[in-house]
Design a protein around this ligand. Structure first.
Ligand SMILES: *[C@@H]1O[C@H](CO)[C@@H](O)[C@H](O)[C@H]1NC(C)=O
Ligand SMILES: *[C@@H]1O[C@H](CO)[C@@H](O)[C@H](O)[C@H]1NC(C)=O
Ligand SMILES: *[C@@H]1O[C@H](CO)[C@@H](O)[C@H](O)[C@H]1NC(C)=O
Ligand SMILES: *[C@@H]1O[C@H](CO)[C@@H](O)[C@H](O)[C@H]1NC(C)=O
Ligand SMILES: *[C@@H]1O[C@H](CO)[C@@H](O)[C@H](O)[C@H]1NC(C)=O
Ligand SMILES: *[C@@H]1O[C@H](CO)[C@@H](O)[C@H](O)[C@H]1NC(C)=O
Length: 621
């Protein structure tokens, strides 16, 4: 109550300045606008300031008006936010203390706090945040202190499918002190709490300084464990800076997995110290590579932001450029059908290429690659083997593979090739396990011919593999996977392919990728409901989560942000909150979150004219 009164005194003072422009304020106050917002029935209504009623600026109103405030994604547990705010200066925002079981956890929290504070600072526009307004309000603002105290009870420093990521956040204000208290069972939950806290702070355009809600209680945890974005750096190269930006935006939306589709047939941008020839032959240019130091940097950059960087090394298909060197070195062909024409006969899009899975050297090289991947992405809790779309005609027209089948007494029918593929996958898993000192890592595979209902059980153990669904929501394969007990990650392409809508992805492109998937379609895609529709059960224990994929046919650094954001944030709320409601109930907060991403340096696409943001609820279609 005290703060409410204090805050009102400040406001009234400001309004007097605004309307009468008298000293002392006339020289220091930046006259801004005759407009302000009032919270009426959980909606911010734009009104003209008349100097009598106290109106708020838009951010202040949104922060304090309505159930979910401006938090994105919406918390799943208890949430209560007082409709008052208190003003403070960035320099008064400090860490009071960290309670953690180990120094490693403490260090992570320190790093997360610095990122949090940095993000809070990004709310302040150039020239703002200096409390230039004189008078009692100035005194109140400059003397107000905001303390953050963080308690983490668990020792976990790496995300896994067992990490809870849950947290509670409390904010209390008395006199000139605001305390924010974070409690979490693991570092990742604490990090999310700081993200939520940053979203309860906004810049007040009228006062020219930051403000925080005076009182709040948040209890929150994600519905799904796996919340991802796929980035493909083979079709086009992305700078380390662009990937950092992607991780920043993921952290802002509490997504937790950057699935890095590093290589493909197009290019091999990963510089492996044990096999430098791969990038030498496979990179688009000597500059367009990721060195071990870049990878380690990104893995750590993600970790302190609550995001695992998960490598995908596609095999046996989607492997081509980069593998040419081996023959000259006397290892025989490790890749077959490389850049072969006419491509339509040997792959789904140019350039073609598949591994030569009957050459023993292929396995030796793969073992080296896995070893180095494990080292630079260390330690991995999941690994993506790729495993999509093998073109049988490629292998069936490769003499040594055909000869091998004959020698082994097998035919050239489909199942013979699938058996060969299945045994390759088994070897790949063994090699990865060996490279990891005998400790098995759960492997992810795309849906493919190998995951079809009559084939999957003879090749893939549900205890070892997680299947990522790359088909559409009506595909019967989803039902067979769930009823057979496979854990799945949803990436159904009819909603969660963010590359669609810019022409076909490949010359043989499917019709489902003609249309752009708007944020509404992304938001409304519910894995639970898809499962319920297909199988009659929501299969909550088998659905680990979901991922939006961005194959980079039509994107590089220049348009990355606008392709991923803010649609990636729509995915984030579906996976964190899994609301029963659809996009309409989330629209106002979504638009606000988009502004937040932009303030943090993400070139997120606009969703509406600014007028709609300022006039909530009037842009219904
Ligand atoms: C507030 O909004 C609800 C739901 O939209 C509506 O039923 C109610 O009449 C509104 N109340 C006022 C005072 O406008
Ligand atoms: C803030 O925390 C400190 C230290 O725990 C405590 O002494 C103080 O009373 C708290 N103030 C408020 C407003 O919660
Ligand atoms: C490949 O390895 C297998 C199993 O170790 C072995 O039986 C076979 O002779 C090897 N083939 C060649 C060409 O070295
Ligand atoms: C492989 O090629 C042979 C000879 O053309 C053909 O009989 C066989 O059906 C082909 N196998 C597959 C799986 O296409
Ligand atoms: C969905 O996928 C299945 C299997 O790939 C296909 O048969 C069907 O035509 C697709 N439906 C749509 C609407 O794209
Ligand atoms: C999912 O299904 C439930 C139960 O039928 C329904 O209440 C909810 O609105 C659906 N969610 C979406 C996003 O369609």
């Amino acid at each position: 109550m005290i703060t409410k009164v204090a805050s009102d005194v400040g406001r009234i003072f400001l309004l007097v300045c605004l309307v009468f422009s008298v000293p002392p304020c006339s020289t220091t106050f930046r006259l801004t606008s005759p407009w302000g917002w009032r919270c009426i029935n959980e909606t911010c209504v734009k009104q003209e300031n008349d100097g009598v009623r106290s109106l708020a600026d838009l951010s202040t109103c949104k922060l304090t008006c309505g159930q979910d405030s401006t938090i994105w994604p919406s918390p799943t547990g208890f949430l209560k936010i007082a409709p008052q705010t208190v003003h403070f200066l960035l320099e008064s925002l400090t860490l009071r203390g960290i309670t953690a079981p180990t120094d490693q956890v403490k260090e992570l929290v320190e790093k997360a706090f610095h990122i949090f504070r940095d993000n809070v600072g990004k709310n302040i526009p150039e020239g703002g945040g200096k409390a230039t307004v004189m008078g009692p309000f100035h005194k109140q603002v400059t003397s107000h202190r905001v303390f953050v105290a963080v308690t983490v009870t668990g020792r976990v420093t790496r995300l896994s499918l067992e990490t809870s990521e849950a947290y509670t956040l409390g904010i209390t204000t008395r006199g000139d002190v605001t305390n924010a208290t974070v409690l979490a069972g693991d570092f990742f939950g604490a990090r999310h709490a700081l993200e939520t806290l940053s979203q309860l702070i906004e810049y007040d355009e009228l006062a020219g300084v930051l403000q925080i809600v005076s009182t709040a209680a948040v209890v929150d945890a994600p519905v799904y464990k796996y919340r991802g974005i796929l980035l493909d750096t083979s079709r086009n190269f992305f700078s380390v800076r662009a990937i950092e930006r992607t991780l920043d935006a993921m952290a802002a939306s509490k997504l937790n997995t950057l699935h890095w589709h590093i290589t493909d047939t197009h290019s091999f941008p990963l510089y492996l110290e044990s096999l430098p020839r791969m990038a030498f032959f496979g990179a688009y240019s000597p500059r367009e590579i990721y060195r071990a130091a870049d990878v380690r940097h990104l893995v750590e950059y993600g970790r302190v932001r609550g995001v695992r960087v998960l490598p995908e090394f596609p095999a046996p298909a989607h492997a081509g450029n980069g593998w040419q060197w081996a023959q000259k070195q006397g290892l025989g062909k490790l890749g077959v059908c490389l850049n072969q024409e006419p491509w339509q006969s040997y792959c789904v899009e140019p350039p073609c290429g598949q591994l030569n899975i009957i050459n023993n050297n292929t396995y030796n090289i793969l073992a080296q690659i896995y070893k180095e991947l494990l080292d630079i992405f260390s330690p991995l809790d999941l690994f993506h083997f790729g495993g999509s779309k093998v073109n049988l005609n490629c292998w069936n027209t490769t003499e040594e593979i055909v000869a091998h089948l004959e020698k082994e007494g097998h035919g050239r029918d489909h199942e013979s090739f699938y058996r060969l593929w299945g045994s390759f996958q088994k070897s790949a898993l063994d090699l990865l396990t060996q490279a990891n000192q005998g400790k098995q890592i759960p492997g992810i595979l795309w849906t493919s011919q190998l995951t079809e209902k009559d084939r999957i059980e003879s090749h893939l153990d549900p205890q070892q593999y997680i299947i990522q669904i790359l088909t559409n929501r009506t595909d019967k394969m989803i039902k067979s996977l769930l009823t057979k007990g496979y854990r799945v990650i949803f990436s159904n392409q009819d909603a969660w392919n963010l590359g669609c809508g810019f022409g076909n992805l490949s010359p043989s492109g499917k019709s489902w990728c003609i249309n752009y998937k708007g944020w509404q379609a992304v938001y409304d895609n519910s894995p639970n409901n898809i499962s319920a529709t297909l199988t009659g059960s929501s299969h909550r224990n088998l659905i680990l989560g979901g991922e939006a994929v961005l194959w980079s046919h039509h994107v590089d650094d220049t348009t990355l942000d606008s392709k991923l954001w803010p649609r990636g944030a729509a995915l984030a709320e579906r996976l964190w909150t899994n609301p029963d409601t659809n996009w309409e109930a989330a629209e106002t907060r979504f638009v606000h979150h988009r502004q937040r991403l932009v303030r943090r340096g993400i070139m997120a696409q606009r969703v509406q004219p600014e007028w709609c943001r300022q006039n909530e609820g009037h842009c219904y279609l």
